[in-house]
Design a protein around this ligand. Structure first.
Ligand code: DAT
Ligand code: MG
Length: 148
């Protein structure tokens, strides 16, 4: 089934939003397939955001991501990449709808609490980067109560 990479950024961890955010993905019905609290270094953060290296905000973005521990996760489910982005909300919290994570918990674009892969292809790349170890293999027993 489809998987996405979700990361709670350092501000989300510092502000105690980890449980709230995990709860939203869990309650939706997605399955948690990877989870770790880690602090990443500059070269790792630059790899994760390599596509944005020419942007004027790149250095600030890297500093922010390495400023404290983050929660890296793999979530699985039908259309989880697209639906995950909807749960997260627009990049700029000023434009994120209420009810989304960024809409409910963030104000500035440079402190927008959470990352989510933007396509199935980038999800695969990001999961390989963040979870090089073999993933835990488990199946949820509630599957037939979520999928018809
Ligand atoms: P997203 O995180 O919604 O996928 P993105 O991949 O375009 O957005 O950018 C990655 C992060 O970089 C984003 O979460 C916040 C920051 N960012 C994006 N655009 C920015 C801008 N115009 N000014 C400052 N930071 C920005
Ligand atoms: Mg992105």
């Amino acid at each position: 089934m489809e998987q996405t990479f979700i990361m709670i950024k350092p501000d989300g961890v510092q502000r105690g939003l980890v449980g709230e955010i995990i709860g939203r993905f869990e309650k939706k019905g997605f399955y948690l397939k990877g989870l770790k609290l880690i602090t990443v270094d500059q070269s790792f953060a630059e790899k994760h955001y390599a596509d944005l290296s020419a942007k004027p905000f790149f250095n600030g973005l890297i500093e922010y991501i390495i400023s404290g521990p983050v929660v890296a996760m793999i979530w699985e489910g039908k259309n989880v990449v697209t639906t995950g982005r909807k749960i997260i909300g627009a990049t700029n919290p000023a434009e994120s709808a209420p009810g989304t994570i960024r809409g409910d918990f963030a104000i500035d674009i440079g402190r927008n609490v959470i990352h989510g892969s933007d396509s199935v292809e980038s999800a695969k790349k990001e999961i390989a980067l963040w979870f090089p170890e073999s993933p835990v293999n488990w199946q949820s027993s509630v599957h037939p109560w979520i999928y018809e």
